[in-house]
Ligand binder design. Structure first.
Ligand SMILES: Cc1ncc(COP(=O)(O)O)c(C=O)c1O
Length: 321
């Protein structure tokens, strides 16, 4: 027997290096290919584990986080789950501040991983399962109060460069290595825009001709400059009608795509039935947007998407009924 080379020191090192696969059954009747990165196979079942690790390790390296200091984050659940894992392993208390509009699986999972979960009521008129920009403002206020009271470190995924760096240094380069750089376009449903910005930076550095598209909910496509007609939508994790995303550089955006709740859900269900991939609403949105591209300006080409999180996080929603 030789030296063991397959044992990781903790769950943190199990983050990343996810598989990429071709959705050949879903694209049977369209001209082109979709390559999907299975981010739901991360330890917290979402891509946000990557930024949790990066933001905490950056803060440690820069002396911004003291041993034992409390970490606080506003989260739709996935970043919080990643932070609960990373903070749990490293010994930092973690407080997740989340809207009650997000699915309860996420709150339970964060609590199970040792997080203190603070749920903030939605604004009057908001619908459970549909978190609006207004709901998010209430969560932000509560997060700021807790940071002040506990002298905590705010992970701050909407502003920290670690959010972009995680994808620029890992997700993007993994995709370039897995494909040999042989793809034409990338489209991504934006929450903070960190995944989009990081992957776009890596792709455009490799080949400026790779086109990068931002995906938004139909009726809440503010980044595309369209009027907001429907701020409440079902695609959890993004589409917050924020006209400016600090992490996204406009010169990285080659176009904007819109996906309805119905399209996102229909494609998420097709992913499950036809491809054996059990992912959530925003993964359905990304693949629906990629299908739009193959039926339009990317006909005959290859589009890359991220499958952001697991369908298990939505068992209490109407996605699977
Ligand atoms: C399920 C899901 N999809 C998409 C996103 C958006 O990703 P990003 O914040 O990198 O734009 C998030 C972010 O929390 C998410 O949880």
């Amino acid at each position: 027997m030789g030296r063991a080379t397959g044992i990781l020191p903790s769950a943190i090192e199990a983050i990343g290096d996810t598989p990429l696969l071709e959705l050949s059954r879903l694209t049977r009747d369209v001209d082109g290919r979709i390559l999907a990165k299975l981010e739901y196979l991360n330890p917290g079942f979402s891509k946000k584990d990557r930024i949790a690790r990066q933001m905490i390790e950056d803060a440690e390296a820069q002396g911004q986080l003291r041993p034992g200091q409390t970490v606080v984050e506003l989260t739709s659940g996935n970043t919080g789950t990643g932070l609960a894992i990373v903070c749990g392993v490293k010994g930092y208390p973690f407080v997740a501040v989340m809207s009650r509009g997000n699915s309860m699986e996420r709150a339970r999972m964060m609590a199970a991983l040792g997080a203190e979960v603070v749920l903030v009521e939605q604004s009057p008129g908001s619908v459970p399962g549909q978190v609006s920009g207004g709901d998010l403002e209430l969560v932000e206020r509560e997060a700021q109060r807790i940071v002040r009271d506990r002298r905590a470190f705010r992970a701050d995924q909407f502003h920290r460069q670690g959010n972009v760096r995680a994808h620029e240094q890992h997700t993007g380069p993994e995709i370039l290595a897995q494909t040999g750089g042989a793809f034409h376009a990338f489209c991504d449903f934006a929450g903070t825009g960190g995944s989009f910005a990081g992957c776009a930076a890596a792709f455009k550095k490799y080949d400026p001709h790779i086109r990068c598209y931002l995906v938004e909910p139909e009726g809440a496509a503010v980044l595309a400059g369209l009027p907001v007609t429907q701020p409440n939508h079902s695609i959890q994790g993004g589409g917050y009608s924020m006209p400016h995303l600090p992490l996204v550089r406009p010169d990285q955006v080659d176009g904007y795509l819109q996906v309805s709740d119905q399209e996102a859900m229909a494609v998420a269900r097709r992913l499950a039935r036809e491809e054996g991939i059990f992912a959530g609403f925003s993964s359905g949105a990304n693949v629906a947007a990629a299908l739009q591209l193959l039926q339009g300006e990317c006909r005959g080409q290859t589009v890359v998407v991220l499958l952001n999180d697991s369908g298990l996080k939505y068992l209490s929603t109407d996605l699977w009924i």
